[in-house]
Structure formats: C-alpha cells, structure tokens
Write a protein that binds this ligand. Structure first.
Ligand SMILES: [Zn+2]
Length: 183
C-alpha cells in the first residue's frame, strides 16, 4: 500500500463517513442531516434551509441558491415590438431570485430557472425533514451568481419582442442555500 493515500471524508457534526460524488459541492450527511460544504481542505458546515411545501409527500429535496434583491433594468433595446414597459413592471419590486444548484443540462437550467424567476417560491423555513434525500449541490455560490445573470437574460429574450441589448444590475444580499421539495 506504499504511496497510497486513503482519504475518508467525515461529517464534522457526527463523524459519519461520507461518500460524495466527484462533482458534489454541498451534501447533507445521511446520518445527522447536517449540511456540508466540501471545501478543498475538508468538509465545512453550511446551513441548508428547508422550505415549507404543499406537496403531500416530498420525493427529494433539491438545492437552490436564493438571492433576495432587485434587478435594475438600466437599458432595454429591441429591434421590433416593445415589451420594455412590461419588463420594467416585472422587475419593479424586490424579488426572490433562484438558481437551480443540482446537476442539470443547460436546457433544463434555462427551463426550471426561468420558470422559478417568473413564479418566485414562498420561502418559509421548516425544521429539517427526515426521510426524503437532499440532492447534492454541484453549483457554487459564485457560479450561481453568473447563472442568475444568464437566466435574467434568457427571461428577457423570451418576451414577445426582439431584444437587441439589455443592460441591468443585480442588487442582492449574500446567497442562501435552500432545499425545495420535488415529487
Ligand atoms: Zn453527520
């Protein structure tokens, strides 16, 4: 065995041995449920907030990076048609801005991400539920911020006009990691 290093990742809360996938960034300990950020120098605790659900039975809990804040449209130019008033109205209020954090194709990120921007979730934290598994997060908070810009662009390009250019600014607090139930 000379020259081999066996790295065992252990939960800092309960000592349970963890077997994260190669791309996993945030997992929940299967024994105690603690949220763990798999940093290069070992696992660190991270708060995962579980959102109240209307589902009768949650099959899984999916990770979302949540930014609470505003999107300021500075300039929105089109080549025909004009939905800019509609866009301004849409972004006039502070919003819950969500970015999917589990492993998804780009097409799926666009689909579920834009849907969630259009219909922001109601976030009431509940005690950590037992049973249904937490799907690991593979997206970092930094990447989520970039993905949020991409989702806002996608949403705006999807309005019924010919978007030519969009200049906007996101003013948001630090990202929070939430688990939202899915069937
Ligand atoms: Zn644990």
């Amino acid at each position: 065995m000379a020259g081999m290093t066996l790295l065992v990742v252990r939960c800092p809360s309960c000592g349970n041995a963890l077997a994260p996938g190669d791309d996993d960034l945030v997992v929940a300990c299967q024994q105690c449920g603690a949220g763990l950020h798999l940093a290069d120098d070992g696992p660190q605790s991270i708060e995962i907030q579980y959102a109240q659900t209307n589902l009768a039975k949650a099959g899984t809990w999916r990770p979302w990076w949540i930014f609470r804040g505003s999107v300021n449209l500075i300039k929105r130019e089109t080549q025909g048609g004009n939905r800019s008033d509609e866009a301004r109205k849409f972004w006039a209020q502070p919003r819950v801005l969500s970015v999917p954090a589990w492993e998804l194709s780009i097409a799926a990120i666009k689909q579920v991400g834009v849907q969630m921007l259009k219909q922001p979730p109601t976030l009431n934290a509940i005690p950590r539920p037992s049973g249904a598994p937490f799907i690991p997060a593979v997206v970092s908070a930094e990447d989520a911020r970039k993905m949020l810009e991409f989702l806002i662009l996608t949403l705006e390009a999807g309005r019924d006009d010919w978007l030519k250019s969009l200049d906007f600014q996101i003013e948001a607090g630090p990202p929070e990691l939430w688990a939202i139930a899915a069937e």
